[in-house]
Ligand binder design. Structure first.
Ligand code: SF4
Ligand code: SF4
Length: 413
């Protein structure tokens, strides 16, 4: 029944479409690429705050790839029909990762893109390095590169492709992560062999420093960074993004919806369109990858593709965050020194956001399960001495999300 309802919604959505977008979606391959190319303003940001009928397309730094300002983060999507509808409606780039849904996310995308002309979509995927993948810890040099490149091969096999447009080194938090010589060499081997057209890094913690270290490395084409209206350090991040863009590095933005909801009960959705427009008003951001899971969300986000103007009502909605703690943890780590047990609070809070903001219990479970935390993390504390700059009740959220550790993994499979 749910499938039928979705199908009806999908058909209605596709039928109605959006002026301009539907036309682009209807034409395949090279023709679609040409249509997109012709929509390019030539210089990111120029004249884009006025509504227009064609999708706004920007160029991804020195890669030369032309991409509409809205792409799709597929992490939370498990319905192939939603991904299909996104591609049919003008979305060009799909963003996935080696680890999402233990590989099933890449497999699902592989099924969706099967038979579509290769130049009618772009795929970005991410493989972690030793800082984030336990199986690679302790490995060095050739052995480390081999392990990384085997994962790249497995990702390509799941996707059914011989190459992706962008291969990212996933989840970097330090200068050392992005300047690890073995990882840079492995990524360059993937590029040289044609398995990745371009290489980049992802970061959602300590972003300004990681981006500057990426520029310094002179090895990367693209940065995928968390970037949203909720980050206290957003001005500094904006500067780092501008520096990267000036160095020819293409910028893709994630976590743009800042947790999607203000509350865990999902009674107060964040104004998604406003949040998306906010980040895309930075002309140095080529595209954003909101993670929609429903046809309505696609439709909502696609309207942003032609209109980046922030209204006074939009700005008022975004200012709600000044009074509400919300679900988005900016991974700043300022709470950590207050916890006598040195709990990995930022990661636990990120799991909490996956569970309650994204309703992606599997991702939350995988992240919590990968952390080294005691059985009852806050059990012996009479009161919590860890203070969140956003006003989260940290102990309450830690206790809540830590319960997921007791749930068997196959429950979510
Ligand atoms: S209650 Fe939990 S988070 Fe707070 S200080 Fe104690 S162990 Fe750390
Ligand atoms: S819980 Fe709060 S202080 Fe701690 S990392 Fe997240 S936003 Fe920063």
């Amino acid at each position: 029944m749910a499938g039928n309802t979705n199908e009806v919604k999908r058909r209605t959505f596709l039928k109605k479409g959006l002026t301009g977008l539907a036309a682009v979606g209807a034409i395949p391959g090279a023709v679609k690429a040409a249509a997109l190319a012709s929509a390019d303003s030539g210089r990111a940001g120029v004249g884009e705050t006025q509504a227009q009928t064609k999708p706004i397309v920007r160029t991804l730094g020195k890669t030369g790839l032309k991409i509409p300002v809205v792409s799709m983060g597929v992490m939370n999507a498990d319905n192939p029909a939603v991904v299909q509808a996104a591609l049919d409606s003008g979305i060009f780039m799909l963003d996935t990762a080696h680890g999402y849904q233990r590989g099933r996310n890449e497999q699902m995308i592989g099924q969706v893109i099967k038979g579509r002309p290769r130049d009618s979509y772009m795929i970005a995927t991410k493989v972690p390095g030793p800082g984030r993948d336990r199986s690679m810890q302790g490995l060095e040099g050739e052995a480390l590169q081999k392990s990384f490149l085997e994962k790249v091969d497995l990702s390509l096999e799941r996707l059914g492709l011989d190459h992706v447009e962008i291969l990212y080194l996933h989840n970097n938090t330090t200068k050392e992560d992005v300047q690890n010589p073995a990882m840079i060499e492995a990524l360059q081997k993937a590029k040289k062999s044609g398995k990745a057209r371009f290489i980049g890094i992802t970061t959602h913690s300590n972003e300004p420093a990681v981006i500057r270290a990426t520029i310094e490395a002179k090895a990367y084409d693209v940065v995928l960074t968390a970037y949203n209206f909720r980050q206290d350090y957003r001005d500094e991040l904006r500067k780092a993004v501008a520096e990267a863009a000036a160095a020819g590095i293409g910028i893709v933005a994630m976590k743009t919806q800042a947790g999607a909801y203000w509350d865990k009960e999902k009674q107060q959705p964040i104004n998604m369109r406003a949040a998306l427009k906010w980040v895309l008003n930075d002309p140095n951001v080529t595209t954003a990858i909101p993670g929609f899971t429903t046809f309505d969300q696609i439709k909502e986000d696609l309207t942003v593709m032609t209109d980046l103007k922030l209204t006074p009502a939009d700005l008022k909605d975004l200012r709600l965050g000044e009074q509400v703690a919300g679900l988005y943890c900016q991974q700043c780590g300022q709470c950590v020194s207050g916890c006598p047990k040195s709990l990995p609070i930022p990661d636990l809070m990120r799991s909490y956001m996956y569970a309650y903001g994204y309703r992606n219990l599997q991702a939350a479970h995988e992240l919590v399960g990968s952390l080294e935390v005691p059985e009852n993390p806050c059990g012996s504390c009479a009161s919590c001495s860890a203070v969140c700059v956003k006003g989260f009740d940290i102990a309450d959220r830690v206790r809540d999300i830590a319960r997921l550790r007791a749930v068997p993994g196959d429950f979510f499979a």
